[in-house]
Ligand binder design. Sequence first.
Ligand SMILES: Cc1cc2nc3c(=O)[nH]c(=O)nc-3n(C[C@H](O)[C@H](O)[C@H](O)COP(=O)(O)OP(=O)(O)OC[C@H]3O[C@@H](n4cnc5c(N)ncnc54)[C@H](O)[C@@H]3O)c2cc1C
Length: 326
Amino acid sequence: MSGLLVVMEQGGGQWHRMSWEALAAGVELGKQMGQPVFAALPGSDIGTLAAEAAAKAVAKVHAVEHDLLKEYTPDAYTAALEQLIRKHEPSVVLFPHTYQVRDFAPKLATRFGQNLLSDAVQIRYEGGSPVFVRQLFQGKLNADFRQSGAGPHFASIQAGAYRADTLAAGQAEVETFTPQLDASQIRTKPHEPFREAARAVDLTAAEIIVSVGRGIKEKENIAVVQELATALGAELAASRPICDNGWLPMERQVGSSGQTVSPKMYLAVGISGAIQHLVGMKGSKTIVAINKDSNAPIFEVADYGVVGDLFEVVPALVEEVKKAKG
Ligand SMILES: Cc1cc2nc3c(=O)[nH]c(=O)nc-3n(C[C@H](O)[C@H](O)[C@H](O)COP(=O)(O)OP(=O)(O)OC[C@H]3O[C@@H](n4cnc5c(N)ncnc54)[C@H](O)[C@@H]3O)c2cc1C
């Protein structure tokens, strides 16, 4: 067994942004293991996306093409990837830790008598096998995990754990793999993807997030930060107390019991920076914090900080953003 396989994700011809982070994790581990890294992209009519992946420093891209992969189903994805993995026998198979991966990857791993090591924040190669680091107790502890046996070792990578922008450019070949699939194998009928189901928000796909905390004081004031989010074209998110109070829906909560996000910019407004919040956003590329307490722990992870009253700072910022956008 040799080589690493990174299973990338697209839906309706659009990349899931975390695919690139998983690829970056694969490339990093590949270097340590001295093994080539292959990408796999399941779907239908995905030539353009496969070519984009092939423009990164990978050994080859397997475009796993079939009409029955047009819409995601766990049965078709599992069957198709099982065939690809049996053919190429990679030693490690990595995925982005998306909702879709959580759905089918454990089933795929069990086809090989393995389990999926989910939500890894780091992988290193030590003593001849990969060591996967996972967080325990709301990020207070990091634990090392090794899988037994020769592999393949299956793991998913936490959002924000690896930086997509570390991926070097390359020129790889795209090889089309056509799995043997039959409609009778597929027990589910896909409807609308769950990410687009009524009011569901996938914050992991947002490029800019404006996140609000208890400093906002009352529900009616949420409009103040909503205005900033709108001006920046950002998604609105929140710390847990805001969602617990029902001021914003749970699906907008960031943190250990909410979503883990890694946008290009995370703007924390009136958030203290408790560890349970930090674990969900520390992978953001640029962190901006607005807080009236200069000792707030959020400033320890912030790239830019404004010590001030959010009710003065945010409206001023909205004005400036509007001016800058013309
Ligand atoms: C098991 C467990 C799981 C948890 N999961 C999560 C989670 O997923 N996500 C999460 O966020 N939390 C989570 N928490 C809660 C976490 O411990 C904190 O209580 C929470 O993050 C605090 O939210 P906050 O920063 O909005 O509020 P606070 O800690 O109360 O901070 C409010 C901040 O606003 C500032 N402020 C006040 N007024 C103004 C003003 N006018 N202008 C500017 N700044 C102002 C204050 O200086 C303060 O720093 C969890 C806790 C536990 C025990």
